[in-house]
Ligand binder design. Structure first.
Ligand SMILES: C[S@@+](CC[C@H](N)C(=O)[O-])C[C@H]1O[C@@H](n2cnc3c(N)ncnc32)[C@H](O)[C@@H]1O
Length: 215
């Protein structure tokens, strides 16, 4: 068995022995595969459950997400909000706005999640609040900039999570994969590692998840 088949099988095994995906998330995933051009962008059951766990452990009052897509990770993260808490999710593309809001309503989270359409790079600096948890999952080429903006908006002792930091393994050989997204993710990973203002761990879950704690 080659390595990628082994990783796929381990992923399936881990998913099959984790708590099952709820009905709204199942429906959303089906919608993404039937109606959108890039359904693979969705976090999916294993990472989604992990995000939910992290959020439930932190019990954040305020969460910020960069990159909503259909709202899968937003729902997972919002499940861990403390009562009265709020998740703001930023999405540059407004084409999926109505179905996404409908999924938030079906999940019973329409009062907890605020979807703002626009460019996160412009919206983020203007947001008036600070966050206990930020999830970075927008344009890969902008990861270094998202990180610098997010660090200004996260509380001391707060957390930043970033998705796709292994970028299908391309980060292991950035010279052979010299596309802008791979380069930016490598820059982001090094930026975090060299930042004395945080602690971090890079987890090889799904496409790589960076966990960062602001000191
Ligand atoms: C990987 S998808 C997000 C997936 C979602 N977080 C999930 O796990 O289900 C990335 C999304 O970021 C959005 N995006 C890209 N650049 C953005 C920006 N500058 N501001 C806000 N959203 C952006 C894209 O339109 C896309 O829907």
């Amino acid at each position: 068995m080659n390595l990628s088949d082994l990783y796929r099988d381990i992923d399936q095994y881990a998913e099959s022995l984790s708590s099952p995906e709820d009905k709204v998330l199942q429906e959303m995933r089906r919608y993404a595969w039937l109606k959108t051009v890039h359904p693979r962008m969705i976090s999916g059951p294993l990472q989604g459950r992990f995000l939910e766990f992290i959020s439930r452990m932190i019990q954040p009052e305020n969460i910020l997400e960069i990159g909503t897509f259909t709202g899968y990770s937003a729902i997972c993260l919002a499940k861990g909000l403390r009562p009265g808490g709020k998740l703001i999710t930023l999405e540059i593309n407004d084409e999926l706005r109505q179905p996404t809001l409908e999924f938030f309503r079906k999940a019973g989270l329409e009062k907890s999640i605020e979807l703002q359409n626009g460019d996160a790079l412009k919206i983020l600096p203007e947001l008036p609040c600070v966050f206990d948890l930020v999830f970075i999952d927008g344009e890969k080429e902008d990861y270094p900039e998202y990180y610098q903006l997010a660090m200004k908006k996260v509380k001391a002792g707060g957390y930043i999570l970033a998705d796709n930091v292994l970028w299908e393994g391309k980060v292991l050989d950035p010279d052979a994969n010299a596309d802008p997204a791979t380069k930016a993710i490598c820059r982001f990973n090094e930026l975090v590692r060299n930042d004395s203002g945080c602690e971090n761990v890079l987890l090889p879950i799904r496409d790589g998840l960076m966990l960062i704690r602001k000191i």
